[in-house]
Design a protein around this ligand. Structure first.
Ligand SMILES: [Zn+2]
Length: 239
């Protein structure tokens, strides 16, 4: 049975376009997710800085409290020292005072460092908040663009599917059934262009009989992969 190879070539081209458009559509949810993840990463970075700030402030308050308690203790030791009855007692109190004073001097330095760190973190939080605002905007724009792209691809796809349905009308009866089953699972792989020597899909070498039938534009399914084969119209014209 003969079939119009120019029309098969056209169907093949439309199937390839449809496969390409479908895979572009399929990628869009992942692209949207990527855009959202980028925004989440920026928001998480901001949260981490805020947490660091909270814990730096907590540490500062704790250090201030320790400093105060130790200073109070030093004052108490000094009072006790005035009422000492032995040199040994006096010496012990003196040592305790000296130890607390040294510890508090170290602690005072640490408090200064903590305050510097808090100041830096407060600036970082401001910057991070600005980053989140920018990332929110980018995310929104990115998703909008992707949705627009999705709509464009969907309408292109609808157009291609319309043309395809019209072109596929030549595939009737058993040939049509076999073709439609294959298209379901293989998409454009249901058809194979051939140079008249090998199948363009699976590269199986064709028999002389198959070659002859191909040049007469018969309906031929490849014995290797099952594809419906055709010789491109430009090659047919050269013959
Ligand atoms: Zn094949």
């Amino acid at each position: 049975m003969a079939i119009d190879y120019a029309q098969l070539a056209r169907i093949h081209g439309l199937l390839q376009q449809r496969d390409e458009l479908r895979s572009r559509l399929a990628r869009i949810p992942k692209l949207i997710k990527d855009v959202e993840n980028k925004r989440l990463t920026v928001a998480k970075a901001r949260d981490a800085i805020k947490e660091a700030l909270t814990s730096a402030k907590k540490s500062w308050h704790e250090k201030e409290l320790t400093l105060k308690q130790r200073a109070d203790r030093v004052e108490n030791f000094k009072l006790k020292r005035n009422t000492c009855e032995t040199n040994r007692e006096y010496q012990i109190l003196n040592d305790q005072i000296a130890a607390d004073v040294t510890a508090n001097s170290v602690l005072a330095d640490e408090i200064l460092e903590t305050l510097e760190r808090i100041e830096q973190l407060e600036q970082d939080v401001k910057q991070a908040e600005a980053n989140v605002i920018a990332a929110d905007r980018e995310c929104q724009q990115g998703i909008e663009q992707l949705k627009q792209k999705e709509a464009t691809v969907q309408s292109e796809l609808a157009a291609v599917e319309g043309e395809l349905r019209a072109a596929e009308r030549i595939l009737i009866g058993d040939v049509g059934s076999v073709y439609r089953r294959m298209v379901e699972t293989r998409g454009a792989g249901a058809l194979a262009e051939t140079d008249g020597e090998t199948c363009g899909e699976c590269h199986q070498v064709l028999t002389i009989q198959t070659k002859n039938e191909l040049w007469q534009q018969h309906t031929i399914f490849c014995k290797g992969c099952g594809s419906l084969m055709y010789i491109p119209p430009a090659d047919l014209a050269k013959k």
